[in-house]
Design a protein around this ligand. Structure first.
Ligand SMILES: Cc1cc2nc3c(=O)[nH]c(=O)nc-3n(C[C@H](O)[C@H](O)[C@H](O)COP(=O)(O)OP(=O)(O)OC[C@H]3O[C@@H](n4cnc5c(N)ncnc54)[C@H](O)[C@@H]3O)c2cc1C
Length: 451
């Protein structure tokens, strides 16, 4: 008998750990390589943030089965954890108290992947060759061989820069001391840095509006604090989200509360603001849309760049990867999640079929599978890895099956337009039968549109 296939899983975030649980259930052997010192390393960086999805959407089913055997008390399904609680009550026990503990290797940063004896150019016999995964664990460079690879390394560690053109703004390196990325803990451990300061937040997504909302709270405590919202788009209302229509109620409420703060003038708004230059100016920073002092600019004490994330594709360079040229996600997924077309967080459930690459037995999963698109939900990732594990194990029927009902957020930007009655945005998606859950359900009921 052949030994069980080895599946290398990159990243011990929520989706990497779920992948390991599904791989084990399929009778395969997972090897999880995590760059950080513990599971949930990326989530830990935003541990102060409250999730907008309640527990019922945050726990993978195979992971829950593993945890159940340790006497785990599952959290109340309708409560909203913070990132720190997600780690404490779920990811940490999953990675350290279940059988997964023997398969998770922390402080193991993957640096490169190829096929044993095959460079990217060589085709004949390629599919049968093992993957060679190189990683650093602080000692010597290490190698592991695997039959399949699931890259669930997320995007947290590669944030987008401030420049509106996707490049680092001119002067961004020199402005490093006054610039932070992602979601600093402005009410907690980073409070001293931001209290009483003029703080610009650049971006139009949930991270930006969450941080601005916290800065407005900080301004209640320290009135000199002045939050400034820098927005590339012309219409601030687009960032307010689906409000009461969002079935992820916490997300809808965040948008509605933020809209009220803006309306009350508690957050200064600079829309249509496309950053090109960051110029340190004594203790302050000039954030400008043109070179020199004559262009449109704001002068601030601190800048928080919350312009989203992009996948790190460096370590998969020697593999045959095909990605959508704009979104940098697997090609079949692109029309489902293209933010130019719709903003639903409720992409139709999908799995191995959409995520497979020309490089046989290599898959992107989790946040990284969405490339630059901002709407990923953990529960989508859990269904992805269930299907991928089945595919690797050769169970095509289970790989094709859809076992997930996603929350319908009803926040598809295009479905709100009166003329939109052909699916989100009236777009015809090649090879895809629905653009989101609402659209799939409407289709099943012989209707058109997004429900
Ligand atoms: C602030 C914030 C709030 C969010 N809130 C929600 C929410 O409420 N509900 C929801 O469903 N989703 C939410 N998301 C989106 C998403 O579900 C989470 O980001 C989730 O953590 C993604 O899980 P993941 O496992 O795909 O990636 P990550 O959690 O990013 O995990 C990837 C792991 O890979 C490791 N890694 C990276 N590079 C390497 C490497 N080269 N080698 C080895 N390991 C590596 C990282 O250290 C990390 O531990 C939120 C995202 C953010 C940023």
């Amino acid at each position: 008998m052949r030994e069980a296939k080895t599946v290398a899983i990159i990243g011990a975030g929520p989706v990497g750990l779920a992948a390991a649980a599904h791989v084990l259930e399929q009778g395969l052997r997972p090897v999880v390589l995590e760059a950080g010192s513990s599971a949930g390393h990326a989530v830990r960086q935003w541990g102060h943030v409250q999730l907008f999805s309640p527990w019922q959407y945050n726990v993978d089913r195979a992971a829950a089965r593993l945890l159940a055997s340790t006497g785990w008390n599952s959290p109340a399904p309708d409560l909203y954890p913070t990132g720190a609680e997600l780690i404490e009550c779920y990811l940490e026990p999953l990675a350290t108290k279940t059988v997964l503990a023997a398969h998770v290797h922390t402080l193991s940063r993957v640096t490169a992947i190829s096929r044993v004896g095959f460079d990217k150019l060589k085709t004949e016999g390629r599919q049968a060759a093992m993957f060679e995964i190189r990683f650093q664990n602080g000692q010597a460079p290490k190698v592991v061989w695997a039959d399949a690879v699931i890259d669930a390394s997320g995007t947290w560690h590669s944030p987008n820069p401030a420049g509106a053109n996707g490049l680092r703004a001119i002067g961004e390196d020199q402005a490093a001391a006054k610039t932070a990325y992602g979601m600093p803990d402005v009410l907690g451990k980073d409070r001293a840095r931001y209290a009483g300061k003029i703080v610009a937040v650049l971006g139009g997504g949930h991270s930006a509006i969450g941080t601005l909302t916290d800065l407005a709270k900080l301004a209640e405590q320290v009135p000199e604090t002045r939050p400034v919202w820098l927005l590339r788009g012309r219409d601030p209302a687009k960032a307010f989200g689906g409000g009461a229509n969002d079935k992820l109620a916490a997300r809808g409420e965040l948008g509605a509360a933020f809209a009220a703060l803006v309306a009350a003038g508690l957050i200064a708004v600079e829309s249509d603001f496309r950053v090109s230059h960051l110029i340190p100016d004594g203790p302050r920073l000039i954030v400008g849309t043109a070179a020199g002092c004559c262009g449109r600019h704001v002068v601030v004490d601190e800048l928080i760049v919350a312009t989203g994330f992009r996948p790190d594709l460096d370590f998969v360079r020697e593999l045959r990867i095909q990605l959508d040229p704009a979104i940098e996600c697997p090609v079949a997924l692109a029309p489902l999640i293209d933010p130019n077309q719709h903003s639903c967080g409720t992409v139709r459930p999908h799995g191995a079929r959409e995520l497979a690459q020309q490089e046989h037995d290599f898959y992107f999963a989790g946040m990284k599978s969405y490339g630059r698109a901002p709407t990923f939900l953990m529960i989508t990732g859990y269904e992805q890895v269930r299907s991928i594990a089945a595919d690797i194990a050769g169970d095509r029927e289970a790989a094709e099956r859809t076992e997930l009902v996603l929350p319908e957020t009803g926040v598809c930007s295009r479905s709100m337009a009166p003329e939109a009655n052909q699916g989100c945005g009236g777009v015809v998606f090649s090879g895809v039968d629905a653009c989101c859950v609402g659209d799939a359900n409407a289709g099943r009921a012989d209707k058109t549109g997004c429900g």
